[in-house]
Ligand binder design. Structure first.
Ligand SMILES: Cc1cc2nc3c(=O)[nH]c(=O)nc-3n(C[C@H](O)[C@H](O)[C@H](O)COP(=O)(O)O)c2cc1C
Length: 321
């Protein structure tokens, strides 16, 4: 990439300087080191890398099967396998090259207290920012995911906000009725940004044994199959965020530069790439090149000029069927 291209793709996000608007998504890149072993791959091609969901103590994860390919996507139920926050901070972060890109921790927990403890430990580390994965089940309240309910989501954000000044990104779930209300509550509770969306819950069945294929029975659907849903959620959350200057990392099925550009037009300041990496570890290079070509073709000098530039058709709201 030449200097002019670098300057056009460089993006500011919550006061952080991103090399490009691309963010590698949590759970799809291990702890930031996984793809650096692939020839030709570089973390320098992306603005940030989100680490795997991290809990207070180590977790072995779910019984197999943990992943299952579906038409245009995949189901996963990994079960937050991770070595625990202490190990991540003491043994993994020192091995990461913070010159290459920004690293974002993904906070996960079963209770509000666990999220707070994980955040406290990451706060005292070189990590650049924290993303709250509120899609975890709340064990104290019947196992409903925190993120499915605006009140519970805001409680997590409020508690974590009190223990860190690092940029705080709340990852919103699509598995809820009113994502805009959830976003409003999380802004009041002090989030600096949003990641939109996490996976949609789904299932696959083995018809011979008549049992679910995933060991966990259900799992999160990701990949191109969820892109239209993710795009609408980004558009909806952007309506809430715009006036507060709260940026969004749009994500869900992004595979091409055209996908990424759609998310940016809908209101995302940065865009996430997750499942697409499993098909093509070099996909970020072509997404960067495509975004750059689009900016040049439209006489734009930076990505921020494109954010939220969607013009809606002026039809009266009506039934969609
Ligand atoms: C195998 C796998 C593991 C994931 N693990 C996490 C996780 O630990 N924490 C989290 O917030 N999201 C996790 N996600 C969700 C992704 O970060 C991302 O939000 C989602 O997959 C949508 O983007 P995509 O369609 O580009 O993959 C995981 C997704 C996959 C496919």
């Amino acid at each position: 990439m030449n200097q002019e291209a670098k300057e056009m793709l460089a993006t500011e996000f919550c006061g952080m300087k991103f090399n490009t608007p691309l963010v590698l998504l949590s759970g799809c890149v291990g702890f930031g080191e996984e793809y650096t072993r692939v020839k030709g791959f570089s973390n320098r091609d992306v603005g940030a890398v989100c680490l795997k969901g991290t809990t207070l103590t180590p977790r072995l994860g779910n019984m197999p099967h943990r992943v299952y390919e579906t038409p245009m996507g995949m189901l996963n139920a990994i079960g937050l396998q991770n070595p625990g926050v202490r190990y991540v901070v003491d043994s993994i972060l020192p091995t990461l090259d913070f010159e290459e890109t920004r690293f974002i921790a993904n906070l996960s927990g079963s209770t509000v207290e666990e999220y707070v403890e994980v955040a406290r430990i990451f706060d005292d580390s070189p990590i650049d920012a924290m993303e709250i994965n509120i899609s975890c089940p709340n064990v104290k309240e019947g196992g409903v995911a925190f993120g499915n309910n605006p009140e519970m989501s805001a409680r997590v954000v409020d508690a974590v906000r009190k223990v860190t000044q690092k940029p705080l990104i709340t990852k919103l779930s699509p598995n809820q009725t009113n994502i805009q209300e959830n976003a409003r509550r999380c802004i009041e509770a002090g989030t600096d940004a949003f990641a939109v969306i996490n996976t949609l819950m789904g299932m696959a069945i083995d018809i011979e044994s008549r049992t679910p294929i995933l060991g966990n029975n259900q799992g999160g659907l990701s990949g191109p199959a969820i892109k239209p849903i993710a795009l609408l959620k980004v558009h909806q959350v952007y309506q809430v965020c715009r006036d507060h200057g709260i940026p969004i990392i749009g994500q869900g099925g992004i595979t091409t530069a055209e996908d990424a550009i759609e998310f940016i037009i809908a209101g995302a300041s940065a865009v996430g790439v997750g499942t697409a990496l499993f098909y093509d570890p070099h996909v970020c290079k072509s997404i960067n090149a495509g975004i750059l070509a689009y900016l040049q073709r439209h006489q734009l000098t930076e990505v921020s000029q494109l954010v939220g530039t969607l013009t809606l058709n002026q039809n009266k709201p009506a039934c969609t069927c």
